[in-house]
Ligand binder design. Structure first.
Ligand code: SF4
Length: 491
């Protein structure tokens, strides 16, 4: 039996935007791995960086756990880990250095480490797992358990899908991206999480408590900017009854008011959602939950099934109101899908949020105005706006990597800096973001504001758009120097 410390390096403290948003979730993938290792008979402790005061807190947790093995396994369900934020990498490297200095073997896994193992090996990691890495991790743990003094060469030889530093050189044995490992079953090690700390945080910020779950791993679609270093285009869905049973367990053990389903795409099949709903109804009903989904999967039958299952909110990767931009992203959805999905879900009493992306390659002023028109027509309940971010390993990254300067990663998720030469500068996109949010605020207030008041707010918003469009030339980059084709139309 090994003494193992599981950890991750996403510190909410270090991400200003997410700290202000104040919606932290336990590291689901990390506690899935904790449960996996415990099923194999090992003693497992958790250092949960999410609500820790800072990386300084790691030292005492390390001393207390005194592990033979540290596994720094990032939460692959937290989309922020895909961004490989530089502040989190710094924290990870500091933790790795401390664990190494304390005499523990150190294994690291996550999007950033899969993409750039060197940085983590240089910080003192013995092994970097490439991709999900469950098979390699199981093999490494078994060998170390048999011989705690095994040298790194004997420890890692013949195990595929990892990177090591041996004889002064980095050796990377990639095996291509594997499907989600079928052995990772069973419920996460919820007992390792300081649930009361999360509850207190949520209650103080929002007056309710939300926990997270995942019913699947991966996504089979191929949007060409979406990073898939862990599961590629594979998709593995859990059994609907098992997922419902986990929700029932969370309800009985922790009584959350809400669940965030962390899947890239929840449900997928109407039959699956029906089975999930049926099991919950037989056990006292669901906990209200939020999901992410694609517009083209939100059929009438799916909207009805989701409502029946207890879904209260769906976030859709809308990205753009311009079909031209959606096509250039290989998104595979139509603008009409977005409008239909929003209308259908709304009719079933489900709130709808749109993720919007600004500044994609080739996006022009007329495309931005099409996004404005989409938000006005579909009237989502909420939006999340970002600029296109060249995630390592994507086709989009390949196209723009020659333009990337010294800054290749955002420091935190509020950065919103253009890292390649889009049509406009970062300041312009920040203004568009603010105007889109103002549009949604206006739509929200329509139910309780007076007609006069609404008229004034709408006129002021239109004037801000007019000013932005009139001054667009000042924000055009060299890349975007062709004249804008659009004429302004008010929504
Ligand atoms: S559907 Fe979503 S998760 Fe899947 S590839 Fe597209 S953006 Fe990524």
């Amino acid at each position: 039996m090994l003494n193992i410390q599981l950890s991750h390096s996403y510190f909410l403290q270090y991400d200003r935007k997410q700290w202000e948003r104040g919606k932290p979730y336990p590291p689901l993938a990390t506690i899935q791995i904790a449960a996996f290792l415990r099923q194999r008979g090992h003693r497992v402790a958790l250092f949960d960086a999410m609500l820790a005061d800072g990386v300084e807190a790691y030292g005492s947790a390390l001393s207390e756990a005194a592990p033979a093995l540290v596994v720094l396994y990032e939460d692959n369900f937290n989309f922020l880990t895909k961004m490989c934020l530089s502040r989190m990498r710094e924290a990870a490297c500091q933790m790795i250095g401390e664990a190494h200095a304390a005499g523990a073997r150190v294994i690291v896994a996550g999007s950033d480490a899969s993409d750039q193992p060197d940085a983590f090996l240089a910080a003192g990691a013995d092994v970097v797992l490439l991709g999900e890495g469950v098979a390699a991790l199981a093999a490494l743990v078994e060998r170390l358990d048999r011989d705690g003094a095994i040298d790194n060469h004997a420890w890692t030889v013949g195990i595929a899908g990892l990177a090591v530093h041996l004889d002064g050189q980095t050796q990377v044995q990639r095996i291509g991206i594997q499907p989600p490992d079928a052995r990772l079953v069973g419920h996460p090690a919820w007992d390792l999480v300081d649930i009361e700390r999360y509850r207190a945080f949520w209650q103080a910020r929002h007056g309710y408590f939300s926990l997270n779950m995942a019913a699947s791993r991966g996504c089979p679609f191929r949007c060409n900017w979406c990073a898939k270093p862990i599961w590629g285009n594979h998709y593995r869905q859990r059994d609907a009854i098992d997922v419902a049973n986990e929700m029932i367990h969370l309800k009985q053990a922790f009584a959350p008011d809400h669940i965030w389903m962390a899947d890239d795409i929840f449900g997928f099949y109407v039959d699956w959602v029906d089975a999930f709903a049926g099991q919950l109804q037989g056990a006292g009903g669901p906990i209200p939950f939020t999901i992410q989904a694609r517009a083209d999967l939100c059929s009438e039958a799916m909207a009805a099934a989701l409502a029946q299952a207890g879904c209260v909110e769906v976030w859709i990767g809308a990205e753009s109101g311009s079909q031209r931009v959606l096509d250039s992203m290989s998104k595979g959805t139509r603008v009409a899908n977005l409008i239909d999905a929003r209308e259908r879900l709304g009719r079933h009493g489900i709130r709808v949020g749109f993720f919007v992306q600004l500044g994609y390659l080739g996006e022009e002023l007329e495309d931005l105005l099409a996004t404005r028109a989409l938000i006005a027509q579909a009237a989502p309940d909420d939006i999340g706006v970002s600029v296109s971010y060249p995630l390592p390993g994507t086709k989009f990254h390949e196209k723009v990597k020659a333009q990337l300067g010294r800054k290749t990663h955002w420091e935190d998720s509020d950065d919103l800096a253009m890292m390649f030469r889009g049509a406009y500068d970062s300041e312009f996109y920040r203004q568009v973001r603010d105007l889109l949010h103002a549009q949604v605020d206006l739509q929200r207030s329509m139910t309780h504001a007076t007609a006069d008041c609404l008229h004034l707010v709408r006129a002021s918003l239109d004037a801000r758009w007019d000013a932005l469009v009139a001054g667009e030339a000042a924000h055009r980059t060299e890349q975007g120097s062709q004249p804008a084709m659009a004429t302004l139309g008010h929504a």
